[in-house]
Design a protein around this ligand. Structure first.
Ligand code: AMP
Ligand code: MG
Length: 424
């Protein structure tokens, strides 16, 4: 086929016939996952972002009573003036406040002073806004024509009715959901257990924050960006520190991590040319795949299982760690937590920078997008795009997505972006 000629690798591009597309990598990861089935019961305040485990039906109506939507006067709709030009005078025989109902009957020719949220009194079905009446001496009120029977009244159950399905399993609880559950008087919720994630950094050159750097050492930044990304997801975090480039240490750390967590994440040590022992160590521990994903940054990616835990071996470069986490690990954790598949959302924006790229790999360049005066999204790149330049991630608020075949972009071209806000 003629078309495949463009895919023939050459030293001038980044094509690698043995590499895996992002889609295929995602598919293979997804196929290996089973959503977490363990459940727990939590109080309402602890439920934000947690995943509903059993369907919640409403035990009651909200609002519980038919009530007034306005401050005004409640009357019977049948008592309204006959036509738009007529008016009628009513005796004010009592007051209904929210939480303090008027308990007698309202007869023809009578009105009740009523406040927003107050129960509609017996005999009434209509509320006239206080701004639309004329209050007269002697506890009377004049109401003109032009009103509708039933106006300004909120029927019982208009928000939620008894037996309504309120939240289904898999739903991640939002602040609005917390409010609805409270309005139903539900104080405890059955939710799925959160995924437990253990992670550590590998590398003899790494030094922890708080220690003094020795010659040739660098501070371990990956553990902190990973910690932040995991924290945002609300998973249970087990930070296992730094593990040296040593087969036994690696073996021990991976084994104990796999017994404690649903997911084990490491960074570093999987790049081509890294000492072979890591591959051997991992292969001895479980069913592990070493992928070259056709993406930049983040080409080397290791995925598999160690005992019962899923394993992600992320690249060591700080930007690669974040890119591969967002594209692969985060959707996997989301699926384990909720049984739902959710990949980062993409938008289109007008590119104001010149973006350099060679065909062959899908690139995640770092960009800053904003809304221009005309409402259109515009995006510019953050500068140097090396996979070690973590400031590019810090300055960016989106990835600029450049597909495999793309040769970059010129100012004025439309590009796809993935805003970071959509990630959580
Ligand atoms: P590796 O994949 O282990 O070959 O690492 C690739 C690059 O990322 C090297 O320059 C490492 O020093 C760097 N690197 C690896 N792990 C970390 C880390 N935890 N924090 C900062 N840089 C790292
Ligand atoms: Mg290393």
């Amino acid at each position: 086929m003629q078309e495949t000629l463009t895919h023939v690798p050459s030293c001038a591009d980044d094509y690698d016939p043995t590499s895996l597309s992002i889609e295929l990598a995602r598919e293979r990861i997804q196929q290996a996952l089973q959503p977490i089935a363990d459940q727990e019961t939590l109080s309402l305040r602890q439920c934000l972002n947690r995943v509903v485990a059993s369907v919640i039906h409403s035990p009651r109506q909200v609002p519980a009573h038919t009530n007034s939507a306005m401050d005004g006067y409640a009357i019977a709709g049948s008592d309204l003036p006959d036509n738009d030009n007529a008016s009628k005078i009513f005796d004010i025989i009592g007051t209904a406040l929210a939480g303090s109902p008027f308990t007698s009957d309202c007869q023809s020719g009578q009105a009740i002073r009523i406040m927003t949220g107050a129960v509609i009194p017996q005999g009434c079905d209509t509320v006239i806004m206080q701004e639309h009446v004329e209050v007269l001496a002697g506890k009377r009120v004049k109401i003109a024509g032009g009103h509708q029977k039933g106006q300004n009244v909120r029927p019982a159950g208009e928000d939620v009715d008894t037996g309504d399905t309120v939240l289904k399993p898999g739903r991640q609880i939002t602040p609005a959901d917390m409010g609805i559950l409270a309005s139903l008087g539900i104080s405890e919720i059955r939710v799925f257990r959160r995924p437990r994630v253990a992670f550590f950094s590998t590398g003899d050159e790494l030094c922890s924050v708080g220690e003094t750097l020795q010659q040739g050492q660098i501070y371990d930044s990956n553990r902190y960006s990973l910690y932040g990304m995991l924290q945002r997801l609300g998973v249970e975090i087990l930070d296992m520190g730094i593990v040296p480039d040593d087969p036994d240490a690696m073996h021990t750390a991976l084994t104990s991590a796999s017994h404690m967590a649903d997911v084990v994440i490491t960074s570093g040590g999987v790049s081509v040319g890294e000492a072979d022992y890591i591959k051997t160590t991992l292969e001895a521990l479980g069913d592990i795949h070493f992928w070259k994903v056709s993406m930049k940054p983040g080409r080397p990616l290791t995925f598999g299982k160690i005992n019962q835990a899923h394993f992600f071996g992320l690249p060591g470069n700080p930007v690669s760690v974040m890119v591969t986490f967002y594209q692969f690990v985060q959707p996997a954790l989301h699926y384990l937590a909720s049984g739902k598949t959710h990949y980062p959302m993409t938008l289109t924006a007008n590119c104001t920078s010149r973006l350099k790229k060679r065909p062959g790999r899908f690139e995640f360049q770092r960009g800053i997008y904003q809304q221009a005066k005309n409402g259109q999204l515009v995006v510019s790149k953050t500068g140097e795009q090396g996979s070690g330049i973590l400031r590019s991630m810090s300055q960016a608020n989106c990835f600029i997505l450049l597909p495999v075949e793309s040769q970059g972009a010129e100012p004025g071209e439309t590009v796809e972006i993935q805003p970071f806000e959509g990630f959580i």
